[in-house]
Design a protein around this ligand. Structure first.
Ligand SMILES: Nc1nc2c(c(=O)[nH]1)N[C@H]1C(S)=C(S)[C@@H](COP(=O)(O)OP(=O)(O)OC[C@H]3O[C@@H](n4cnc5c(=O)[nH]c(N)nc54)[C@H](O)[C@@H]3O)O[C@H]1N2
Ligand SMILES: Nc1nc2c(c(=O)[nH]1)N[C@H]1C(S)=C(S)[C@@H](COP(=O)(O)OP(=O)(O)OC[C@H]3O[C@@H](n4cnc5c(=O)[nH]c(N)nc54)[C@H](O)[C@@H]3O)O[C@H]1N2
Ligand code: SF4
Ligand SMILES: [Mo]
Length: 575
């Protein structure tokens, strides 16, 4: 009997029935600080009751209230916001069928990785790349816009003792432990990739690149010699390139990812890149019943649609949009002013649940059956609960809503196990018996790269984000505490403001050597400012080709509040 961690994480650790991580490849008997704390966390900060407007209610009352609100609206005014809080097929995907069956609006699921999926698919037909087995075989790595020491610990383990080059905008924990770190200007990755292709042309591998070296040097802040050295690393060592999700959230990040993914193939490196392997082997849109949705709203545009009054009802599960969506202060305002009816279904009392009209308790992944896949390894896992269930699971809730609404659409009433079997091609009886089975891998296709036309990167100070080792996005504050909103930078100390064209937030500036001029770095795990306002109130609806919000490309101005500056100086002086 096994249980896989369902969090949004490369590793998808598999545990035994006493929550000990398996000793087998690629888990190797170790896990992260969150995996270690899961059993303890399971009884902390839970949503215990059904709540309507702050008062305890029964499940029936909550369901009736939600359905009454749905019936009072056109389907296009209703949206479900769900993301990867739990990656289980029965928790995240299948329950979306209710919302699609009533033809509500759906998001484009673009917040995290869609830009790279699109960009790599343009080149290879699919974004599927290297597997853990390929990581084992590789003897060198280029780590591009990724911090695996923090965000991908089992992948990092397979890179240990091997030659590594890291491309980042700051000296990340990964960059510090690499043989070579190339620190570039934010969002200039497309120009660096172009420079590598230009060098490879000079070495006889690629088409001619007309962009002059001066432009590449100016945009990236990297000398031609260093770019040529990176190309030589590619030619001589035939490394595996790990392409980080962070890149898809940069300005013209899709173009960068297309080019980066093609570089290994030009040198004859087979399966020479890794981004995310979720795109092959599971029919997600069938599981969700996506085709029945009335319209698609970009995750970057949700707040706009709410502001315009086009969205007046939001059902949230597996996500904490007050933390994670652009313009989330505007979403909170609409709830406060009664313009948006908000329902949250979550195991934990997150920031969005705290302001919701209706709150519904959900079981954690330790408390329910599920089928879990990984976007790195190919194991499909049948999760058997190891703790007693608290709250109502997603499918039971979906069907209670469907019953109250008298929804007859067969997608809602299909046996979920049959649906999973159809979507994965895996025999469910066999999976339940074995606990873990391997999904097939696609054939690797030859790339087709058209060098994209690049725009010059807009100039200014750029706010970027990265992962924290103790949190998964907004999760685990109940164990590891609420951290101060710190803007790491090269020159400022003290309390002050970060301003963008969308708003301003109050943060603590901390000067560090690891972050160069022109960059402000924040952890993406604590997106609330010193006054409790969402950090994402300074993020707008600018997006990439697939709709991904440009979370790593917000141009900001900085301002220090005087008195705090003095206060901080005194503190520094006294120590
Ligand atoms: N511990 C932990 N692990 C996690 C998560 C977590 O919250 N905590 N989150 C999970 C999730 S949801 C995701 S999406 C992944 C994310 O995992 P990664 O893809 O590793 O992404 P990030 O950690 O967001 O950022 C990686 C690096 O990108 C750099 N960066 C920012 N802008 C640019 C740029 O313009 N160019 C370049 N070259 N680099 C840039 C940042 O400085 C950072 O060091 O990790 C998953 N794993
Ligand atoms: N400014 C800025 N914004 C960002 C980012 C950034 O770097 N900068 N990063 C972006 C990225 S990469 C991502 S992936 C998104 C993530 O953003 P979110 O989707 O908001 O992710 P989490 O904060 O992990 O919230 C997941 C929620 O799911 C809940 N959950 C866990 N298990 C279950 C379950 O079994 N059932 C139910 N019903 N709920 C469950 C958790 O308790 C948690 O409240 O944020 C994005 N937002
Ligand atoms: S968050 Fe990632 S590393 Fe931690 S237990 Fe889950 S899958 Fe493993
Ligand atoms: Mo993510």
């Amino acid at each position: 009997m096994v249980i896989a961690c369902t969090r949004d994480c490369y590793d998808t650790c598999v545990f035994d029935s006493s929550h000990k991580v398996l000793p087998t490849f690629p888990f190797e008997g170790f896990t992260c600080s969150r995996g270690i704390a899961d059993m303890k966390r399971n009884s902390v900060n839970r949503v215990k009751d059904f709540m309507i407007d702050g008062s305890i209610a029964t499940m029936d009352e909550a369901v009736r209230k939600v359905v009454k609100e749905i019936k009072a609206r056109k389907p296009t005014e209703i949206i479900h916001v769900d993301y990867d809080g739990n990656q289980g097929l029965l928790t995240w995907y299948f329950p979306a069928r209710f919302w699609n069956a009533i033809h509500s609006a759906i998001t484009d699921y673009s917040i995290c990785s869609s830009e790279g999926h699109l960009a790599i698919s343009k080149v290879y037909g699919s974004s599927f790349g290297a597997t853990p087995e390929d990581f084992s075989k590789a003897d060198s790595f280029v780590i591009w816009g990724s911090d695996p020491k923090t965000s991908f610990i089992h992948g990092w383990k397979l890179m240990k003792g091997k030659y590594k080059v890291t491309v980042d905008v700051r000296l990340s924990p990964t960059a510090k432990e690499s043989d070579r770190a190339i620190i570039i200007k934010p969002s200039s990755d497309a120009f660096l990739a172009l420079g590598v292709l230009k060098s490879l042309h000079e070495m006889g591998y690629s088409d001619e690149i007309p962009t002059p070296w001066e432009v590449i040097e100016e945009e990236t802040g990297v000398r031609r010699r260093e770019v040529e050295e990176l190309a030589s690393v590619y030619e001589e060592r035939k490394p595996l390139t790990v392409i980080g999700f962070a890149l898809g959230r940069t300005f013209q990040g899709g173009k960068a990812i297309s080019m980066i993914s093609a570089i290994p193939s030009l040198l004859g490196i087979k399966r020479g890149f890794y981004y995310s392997n979720s795109s092959y082997g599971i029919n997600f849109s069938y599981l969700r019943g996506t085709s029945k949705a009335s319209r698609v709203v970009g995750m970057a545009d949700v707040y706009k649609e709410v502001e315009k009054g086009n969205i007046t009802f939001m059902f949230v599960w597996n996500s904490n949009p007050l933390h994670s969506l652009p313009g989330s202060d505007r979403i909170a305002e609409a709830v406060e002013e009664g313009r948006l009816f908000l329902v949250v279904h979550d195991p934990f009392m997150n920031e969005t649940a705290k302001i919701a009209n209706v709150v519904i308790p959900a079981p954690t992944y330790l408390e329910k059956e599920d089928v879990v896949y990984s976007y790195w390894h190919r194991y499909l896992v049948y999760n058997k609960p190891i703790l007693p269930k608290s709250g109502v699971d997603e499918i039971t809730l979906m069907r209670a809503l469907a019953r109250e609404m008298e929804v007859t659409d067969e997608s809602v009433w299909e046996d979920p196990w049959v649906a999973v079997e159809k979507a994965t091609g895996v025999n469910i009886q066999e999976l339940k018996f074995k606990g873990v089975m391997k999904l097939p891998e696609p054939e690797f296709r030859k790339p087709r790269l058209e060098i994209p036309a690049l725009e010059r990167v807009p100039k200014g100070k750029v706010l970027v984000f990265g992962s924290h080792p103790n949190f998964t996005n907004s999760q685990f504050k109940e164990i590891y505490g609420r951290k101060e909103p710190v803007a790491f930078n090269s020159s400022l100390e003290g309390i002050g403001y970060l301003r963008s064209k969308w708003g301003k937030i109050r943060v603590k500036f901390v000067k560090v050597d690891d972050v160069p001029d022109g960059v402000i770095f924040m952890f993406k795990s604590n997106l609330f400012d010193l006054d409790g306002k969402p950090v994402n109130s300074i993020i707008g609806n600018e997006k990439g080709e697939s709709g991904t919000p440009l979370l790593n490309f917000t141009l900001v101005q900085t301002e220090i509040e005087k008195e705090h500056e003095e206060q901080v100086k005194e503190e520094v002086n006294c120590c």
